[in-house]
Design a protein around this ligand. Structure first.
Ligand code: C6P
Length: 399
């Protein structure tokens, strides 16, 4: 049976070139980068190179900071809780603005802050699932300590008007953070052009290793650290850095953000995504949630009326295809998808979303196979009772 991975917004396969680059740092170059001897300093050239690739990948200025973290979740927590400590607990501001379709790494962190008395505004999105930048103007107040808005949505792939949002934040002199987890490697990301002050990065979304990410911090926008301890990362994040993963993230960033790589996403990957999507849309009562415009080139969130998203995943999995109904981290929660609810979709529609997310490693053959399997699954599932339920044989709540 063919195996086809169509869940690249959950995570991506590591690029074999990236893995090769990491290997020496998992074997013979094992020194602690903070040690003064040759074993430690031997790690430095490749770490510096990795940082250079990160700076180049998002067009950061040399004087800005990039702090290595464990993932985008940590980067998001670092900026939100850092601002909370610096500007809310230690200052006179008490308000944060976000949207209602952010990833839980933002919303759960903000919910915690709300429990501590912080006021949070969740901006509504339009019926395409995108924030209209002018909406933001009405909600910024003197007490606003931070605006945090994603660059691209993980479920719909919808791209937010980051350049306009950055300009508004600059006009009001409010720090602007964007979670760019789903944008990097898919569309151009330029922190200078978009007036971004903080930006979150996750390597495993662009064919780097898991367990490594970064927070970009514009010069002059320092933060109280989350982790206190040693002086690593200039005191911004204590703890010995995972050198192999950092080196891997650097190369993955270089490979994913070159102009040629972005062009390849816009042509080859988008071409495959569109073929897959169009084949499904030929079937009656199927729609692209939020519409087809202005999306990352790899993502398709489709609603198939009468077909429960979970049932569809079950059928696809039986045929070797991995997809999802939304965020991987909420996949055991069978509640209707909150992103779709934010669009005001009716409740049936909200249960019928399937997210198909591709990468540069998918092939034409795989997409042809996926089209056949999906068409068969839709026909089968529409023929059986609506009480059909997805029942995983086992699960491990620790995963
Ligand atoms: N979204 C998805 O299936 P980590 O794993 O911490 O590096 O990334 C978290 C994260 C943060 N922001 C956005 C926009 C994301 O999409 C994710 C990860 C995956 O949609 C897994 S839940």
């Amino acid at each position: 049976m063919m195996e086809v991975y169509l869940d690249n917004n959950a995570t991506t396969m590591i690029d074999p070139l990236v893995f090769e680059e990491m290997k020496p740092f998992l074997t013979n170059i094992y020194g602690n980068p903070n040690s003064l001897h040759r074993f430690g300093s031997g790690t430095h050239p490749k770490m510096v190179e990795a940082l250079d690739y990160l700076y180049e990948g998002i067009n950061a200025h040399d004087n800005d900071d990039i702090i290595i973290t464990a993932n985008a979740t940590e980067a998001n927590n670092m900026v939100i809780k850092g601002i909370w400590i610096d500007k809310i607990l230690n200052g006179n501001k008490n308000h944060i603005i976000t949207t209602e379709v952010e990833h839980p790494a933002i919303t759960a962190t903000l919910k915690f802050l709300e429990s501590q008395g912080v006021s949070v505004t969740y901006l509504p999105v339009n019926d395409e699932g995108v924030l209209e930048a002018h909406t933001l103007r009405k909600y910024i107040k003197d007490e606003t300590a931070l605006v945090t808005i994603m660059w691209a949505n993980n479920e719909t792939g919808k791209i937010f008007p980051i350049e306009e949002i950055g300009l508004i934040c600059k006009e009001f002199d409010v720090p602007f953070h964007t979670d760019a987890t789903q944008a990097i490697g898919k569309i151009p990301v330029d922190v200078q052009k978009c007036n971004v002050d903080y930006l979150s990065i996750s390597a495993h979304k662009f064919h780097g290793p898991k367990g490594i990410g970064a927070l970009y911090v514009k010069k002059g926008y320092s933060l109280t650290p989350l982790l206190h301890g040693g002086e690593q990362m200039g005191g911004h994040r204590a703890g010995t850095v995972d050198v192999a993963s950092m080196v891997g993230m650097g190369l993955a960033m270089k490979l994913a953000t070159s102009p040629e790589a972005i062009e390849y996403e816009q042509t080859f990957v988008k071409g495959l995504r569109d073929q897959l999507e169009n084949a499904i849309l030929e079937i009656s009562e199927t729609i692209v949630i939020g519409g087809a415009d202005n999306r990352t080139p790899n993502t398709s969130l489709i609603s198939i009326r009468g077909v429960e998203g979970e049932s569809m995943l079950w059928d696809l999995n039986q045929k070797g295809i991995g997809a999802s109904t939304g965020s991987a981290c909420a996949s055991e929660d069978l509640e209707a998808n909150p992103v779709m609810n934010a669009f005001g979709s009716d409740s049936e529609l909200a249960h019928t979303g399937v997210r198909l997310s591709l990468s540069r490693f998918n092939t034409q053959e795989e997409i042809d196979y996926a089209i056949d399997v999906i068409k068969t699954a839709i026909a089968r599932l529409r023929n059986i009772s609506s009480s059909f339920a997805y029942a995983p044989e086992s699960h491990n709540s620790q995963l």
